[in-house]
Write a protein that binds this ligand. Structure first.
Ligand code: PSU
Ligand code: MN
Length: 313
């Protein structure tokens, strides 16, 4: 019986491909941080996507932690991407967006999928990875009363035990409704040195988080308590974008409203909506949003690495 069977349960092994360094780290109880691939394939443009993906991994390594970027390539669930695979995810036009509901078909049909927060969480949990860094989670979309568009990330957070370090939910969402949904689902929302839920490009949103931790040790206290109480489900560790890259809420709201109007006019919806809006916002802000996005994901990688390391000590 191979390594995967031990941690994956029965019959899963043939679907997984662990990068050597990740496998070794997991076997030896060394800290690992999971990273998603939707932000590489659909979130950032090329070549920034490849650069950021590499930088996130490098930052994590600096803390003695092993990065495991998760994706599906030709039907194999990759836990840790090799350089050529990272490049493939950053450049190929042939990559589907893989959330929970897509994962099974993409694997069964041997296709390529970039994993969202939801899919990355579920794969990370299977692999025994407890900390995951990303930009922003999905959530309740503006105009939900007409579209019913609520990201599967929120349901995943309710049931999958991984701590997600992020800069809140994407600013394009309805943040008050996203918080309400998370409350209903029982997901702890913890500010990392911040009393407010960050709004992705902005440090502030005007919405309070439930609780604050001031460092990685306190974050570990929350994660361990949840585990020891036998409570299943994710935890949101909300880390605001570094001050110097933060964009003002007022300006960002105008930009987002313009982008949302564009999507309505062009009839963009469903899984195409998030990439469309992010791209539109980048255009309107003349790249300022892109810079903020890059810096916030890097900072989240840093915080996640510190938490993963502290979890092992
Ligand atoms: N944040 C970004 N870029 C992205 C995403 C988030 O800056 O591409 C992705 C994440 O992978 C998240 C997904 O899980 O968007 C949510 O998509 P949806 O709303 O379709 O569930
Ligand atoms: Mn959606």
């Amino acid at each position: 019986m191979g390594y995967c069977n031990l941690i994956m349960g029965v019959n899963g092994e043939r679907f997984f491909d662990f990068k050597d360094e990740v496998k070794e780290a997991l076997e030896n109880g060394r800290p690992v941080v999971a990273l998603e691939s939707t932000l590489i394939s659909h979130g950032f443009p090329y070549p920034e996507n490849l650069k950021v993906a590499g930088e996130m991994e490098e930052i994590i390594r600096r803390y003695g932690v092993v990065p495991a970027t998760i994706a599906v390539i030709k039907g194999k669930i990759k836990i840790g991407l090799r350089a050529s695979e990272l490049e493939f995810m950053a450049t190929s036009k042939d990559i589907l967006k893989a959330s929970r509901r897509d994962l099974v078909a993409i694997v069964a049909k041997g296709l390529n999928g970039a994993t969202t927060v939801a899919a990355t969480m579920l794969v990370a949990e299977r692999a025994g990875i407890k900390v995951f860094a990303t930009g922003g989670i999905g959530g309740v979309h503006r105009g939900v009363e007409k579209t019913f568009d609520i990201s599967a990330d929120l349901q995943e957070l309710a049931r999958t035990s991984v701590a997600v370090v992020c800069s809140g939910a994407k600013a394009i969402l309805d943040l008050p409704l996203t918080l309400e949904y998370l409350e209903t689902m029982g997901v702890p929302v913890i500010g990392f040195g911040s009393e407010e839920l960050p709004a992705f490009y902005c440090r502030e949103s005007g919405l309070k988080v439930d609780y604050v931790v001031n460092n990685e040790k306190e974050a570990v206290g929350i994660i361990r308590t949840m585990e020891d109480l036998g409570l299943k489900g994710g935890i949101i560790i909300a880390n605001p974008v570094p001050e110097e890259y933060s964009i003002s809420v007022e300006y960002m709201n105008e930009v987002i409203e313009e982008a949302v109007r564009g999507a309505e006019k062009e009839g963009v919806k469903g899984k195409k909506l998030t990439p469309y809006l992010l791209n539109k916002i980048k255009e309107i802000t003349g790249g300022k949003s892109l810079k903020a996005n890059i810096e916030l994901v890097k900072d989240n990688a840093r915080v996640a690495a510190k938490i993963a390391r502290a979890l092992k000590s």
